[in-house]
Design a binder for this molecule. Structure first.
Ligand code: MRU
Length: 352
């Protein structure tokens, strides 16, 4: 993995026994600042403010937040402990609504807490489970990169949206960017076109930063330029990540993904989604049921704190959109690559 000049993987979220360290992604690429905390509320704030972001990384951080919350509970009886722990979990699930991985991680933590006959044992099990969640996402992103890289031809120009690298997974590889990194590691000649990803510029700030660290040629475009490059046949394929995948394959991802999928279909360009199975939500029949986060309109009227619109101008700010499954050429997961009909494939993979 060439994500760091010295070969050391990025420490996006790291656990040290009873404290958590988070790389503050809002300060990148200018500054590499780490936040260290033993307070689960700091982790919730970091998730809300996108200091830690990207569906799998949010899940990993949520697992550690639950562990930190549990460690702080002073309870002599199991009843008191469960009451307090429930409150902690409720606070964590209210941090961001769209990424499935957050709820998946919290459910895993809730399940583990049910098994144990004293508070000390349960706390220990919760810490171990949070570590296991990160290990699982690490393994998943590595496997996903292997499956996805097989779809990428040599000399590919890959258009990607938002940031889907190690920063978004807190693992060794990313989702979509993990596939790209692996294809490059396998010796393929790859060039990346990264969309800037307004309003919060995850593509401009983070994807370019990660790609350059990995020595992968990357060119930045504004979101509205994508159609131009696709229409001229200059893009081999589009690969994006996912925040939640419904049972029929409809996929919520960063706002702007749907437009890219439509443009890709119009221009007969493969459109791939890469996501761990922890992003799949079989309880939702279609993408219409996926909750879409609406963020502060200031993120649209301002860029990094500087106003770009008249004062008081209203703005919409949905953070995600839903791409109907018919636009998706394949979904890449750690369990394998699936194609239409996604309903059947996603269900079958649950057992795999
Ligand atoms: O608002 P963000 O930055 O958390 O949104 C991230 C994305 O939309 C990513 O594309 C997504 O989480 C999938 S890849 C890890």
């Amino acid at each position: 993995m060439k994500t760091e000049p010295g070969g050391t993987p990025l420490k996006v979220v790291s656990w040290a026994g009873n404290s958590l360290t988070i790389l503050d992604q809002t300060r990148l690429p200018q500054q590499e600042i780490y936040i260290q905390t033993t307070d689960y509320r700091d982790v919730i704030t970091a998730i809300k403010e996108l200091k830690v972001r990207g569906a799998p990384a949010i899940g990993v951080a949520a697992g550690y937040a639950a562990a930190l919350g549990a460690l702080k509970i002073k309870a002599a009886t199991l009843n008191v402990f469960f009451k307090e722990f429930d409150k902690v979990l409720e606070e964590i699930v209210s941090s961001r609504p769209t990424a499935r991985n957050l709820f998946w991680a919290v459910e895993r933590m809730r399940c583990v807490s049910c098994d144990g006959d004293n508070v000390a044992t349960i706390k220990e099990r919760l810490v171990n489970e949070a570590v296991a969640i990160q290990a699982k996402e690490t393994e998943s992103s590595t496997q996903m990169s292997v499956h996805g890289a097989a779809l990428i031809p040599d000399n590919a120009v890959i258009l990607t949206h938002c940031n889907t690298g190690v920063l978004a997974t807190a693992a060794l590889y990313g989702t979509a960017l993990g596939v790209i990194l692996r294809a490059a590691e396998n010796g393929k000649n790859i060039r990346v076109i990264a969309t800037e990803t307004r309003p919060l510029l995850q593509g401009a700030r983070l994807t370019t930063w990660e790609a350059l660290r990995a020595d992968i040629p990357v060119t930045l475009i504004t979101d509205s330029m994508a159609g131009h490059f696709l229409s001229r046949g200059l893009v081999t394929c589009v690969i994006v990540g996912a925040d939640r995948i419904a049972a029929n394959g409809d996929t919520a991802n960063k706002i702007g993904t749907y437009s890219l999928a439509v443009l890709a279909k119009e221009n007969k360009t493969p459109f791939y989604v890469a996501a761990p199975y922890s992003t799949v939500d079989l309880s939702l029949a279609t993408g219409k049921e996926i909750p879409i986060e609406e963020r502060n309109s200031k993120e649209v009227t301002h860029i990094q704190g500087v106003a770009i619109a008249p004062e008081g101008c209203p703005a919409f700010n949905p953070a995600f959109d839903v791409t109907p499954h018919r636009y998706i050429s394949a979904i890449i997961t750690e369990k394998g690559v699936i194609r239409k009909p996604y309903g059947k494939g996603l269900k079958t993979l649950r057992q795999a």
